[in-house]
Design a protein around this ligand. Structure first.
Ligand code: FAD
Ligand code: NAI
Length: 491
């Protein structure tokens, strides 16, 4: 037995050392050139975004086959599933981001990155316009036009407010790192401000009402993390304030976590109530003021004062997505870009692809899982398209055997099969080291609620989904740090 243990330890150490070596010493990259050695043009592949879809595509793609250009205002990949753990400090924000410069340094062919917003897509002329995020001396200096042969739109989506008055001005979203930092700052400052006031002061009571609107997985996971922080850490350092904080989760529908099975929904709702989270179901927020929200609950209007308000009621398309839809007659769906079964954008099929949250498909929920699988699928498609383009170029050369090349092209085209999404399951963290999981393993459905196995699956799945070994190590270290030392309440 001791020999097996020793070999396992050595194998694990060897694996990790190799991974660390690979991350620290990336191979020499093939430079970008106008043409390949045979004289055929190396095509421009432009990818918009550095999120789940774009990075999955980039990591899987053979980047020596194209001149790859990435455009995104965010110069890092964000591991969103653990974002709700960051405002209270269970996980450090830096542990769940991976700089895009590190990701593109590890690809086989060199990749160009522009820290910019894509502001316009011109499918007729195969051009995009981009605007630098850092304003320069003149407008002209900030704007660039890029020609593309292939374009991938993976610009994600943005938080929705359903045009409810006062949300943008008074609430904080939970979508990006900047949101997480704002939520943290607001919570810690509000707690300190409340502790400054006498116990019976009505202002203190208002400040200590923490409201989370939206009982989807984002709202639930953040409410759970917040309550963990209050119960496990704040109770030790600021017990008088901790015992008076009231966390409320507000949901317009009769249930939270509607994408889960009824049994898991019931378990979660009962657990959140047990954790003293005030669950306000059938409560639709209609207006937000700086001091209170106005909601409709069973036909009655209620006013709920708050000190901290976090808003997570889902997503809506980015401006670029809306502008692109306007240009193409086939784009008739307001919720996102319509794509065909090969992920090609309707109306611009030959050269523009859409993946992730910026697209709409009745069969898919906008999740990291879908965006990731679509990214992998496209990487494979682009390898085939490269081969097809090479054959097309060969057929234009003098003395080419056009008939057999045409046949080869048709054969290759037939190998680009339709995208098929394979749902692996869903998780949600509900607090107190409890997770619900709806798993789909080898066609079998497994539901886990609460036990150690669910928590183990959740942690293992999230660690394996991290895009670098560095992220895995940092996230694991954060979990251990939180377990031993707890979370701190500094801003
Ligand atoms: P994103 O990952 O959002 O990336 C979009 C990219 O486009 C970003 O880099 C952005 O900066 C860039 N961009 C935006 N506009 C432009 C522009 N004009 N030009 C160029 N670039 C642009 N899903 C799960 O499956 N499991 C989970 O546990 C999970 N947890 C989540 C937790 C939270 C808090 C949130 C907010 C989401 C969570 N999701 C989860 C959903 C998941 O994050 C999204 O479905 C996923 O990020 C979609 O990937 P994407 O590539 O389409 O978009
Ligand atoms: P969501 O769309 O899943 O949930 C939003 C909730 O807000 C809904 O339940 C809706 O009824 C409620 N709501 C809307 N307007 C309201 C109002 N005015 N008042 C009260 N309630 C209102 O949004 P969420 O949680 O932000 O998730 C976005 C996407 O990211 C989803 O596709 C989700 O599946 C995915 N995600 C997945 C996670 C996971 O798998 N663990 C974690 C987080 C997000």
């Amino acid at each position: 037995l001791w020999k097996t243990t020793l070999y396992s330890i050595l194998a694990t150490l060897g694996y990790f050392s190799y991974q660390i070596y690979k991350e620290l010493h990336p191979q020499k990259q093939v430079p970008q050139t106008e043409t390949f050695e045979n004289g055929s043009p190396r095509k421009n592949l432009v990818i918009l975004g550095t999120g789940w879809g774009a990075v999955s595509l980039l990591q899987e793609l053979d980047t020596t086959l194209y001149n790859v250009i990435i455009v995104s205002p965010r110069n890092y990949f964000l591991f969103t599933p653990l974002l709700p753990s960051t405002p209270v400090g269970t996980i450090n924000v830096k542990s769940i981001v991976e700089p895009i410069r590190s990701i593109i340094r590890r690809t086989k062919g060199s990749v160009v990155y522009y820290e910019a917003w894509a502001t316009d897509v011109d499918p007729q002329n195969k051009k995009i316009t981009i605007k630098s995020v850092s304003p320069g001396e003149s407008e002209q200096e900030d704007i660039k036009t890029i020609d593309y042969d292939y374009l991938v739109l993976s610009v994600g989506a943005t938080s929705t407010t359903f045009n409810i008055p006062g949300v943008t001005e008074n609430a904080i979203f939970m979508k990006e790192i900047a949101d997480s930092e704002r939520v943290r700052s607001k919570i810690m400052k509000t707690i300190e401000k409340a502790s400054f006031l006498p116990k019976n002061d009505p202002e203190r009571e208002k400040l200590l009402n923490f409201l989370i609107v939206g009982g989807g997985p984002t709202g639930v996971e953040f409410a759970a993390e917040l309550q963990d922080f209050i119960h496990q850490d704040l109770k030790k350092t600021m017990p008088e304030v901790a015992q008076d904080i009231k966390v409320s989760l507000i949901e317009g529908l009769p249930n939270i976590l509607n994408m889960f099975d009824k049994e898991l929904i019931d378990y979660s709702q009962n657990f959140l109530i047990h954790e003293k989270i005030d669950l306000k179901l059938n409560t639709m927020v209609k207006e937000v003021t700086p001091d209170y929200i106005v909601a409709k609950c069973k036909g009655e209007e209620v006013k709920l004062p708050y000190g901290v308000l976090v808003w997570s009621t889902g997503i809506k398309p980015q401006q670029l997505t809306l502008d692109t839809m306007q240009k193409l007659d086939e784009q008739t769906e307001r919720r996102g870009l319509l794509i065909d079964d090969k992920l090609r954008l309707l109306g611009a099929q030959d050269s523009v692809f859409g993946i992730g949250d910026c697209t709409f498909h009745p069969g898919f929920v906008p999740t990291a899982q879908v965006a990731h699988q679509e990214g992998l699928y496209l990487a494979n498609t682009f390898e085939k398209l490269y081969e097809i383009d090479q054959l097309k170029w060969q057929s234009e050369q003098p003395n080419a055997d056009k008939i057999s090349i045409k046949k080869n092209i048709e054969n290759l085209e037939s190998t680009i099969v339709d995208f098929k999404y394979s749902h692996m399951g869903s998780f949600a963290y509900i607090g107190g080291d409890k997770v619900i999981a709806d798993l789909n393993i080898y066609g079998g459905q497994y539901k886990l609620s609460g036990g150690n196995l669910a928590m183990w699956f959740w942690r293992t799945a999230y660690l394996s989904m991290c895009v670098s070994l560095r992220n895995r190590v940092l996230v694991s270290a954060d979990w251990i740090r939180t377990y031993i030392f707890g979370r701190d309440s500094s801003v």
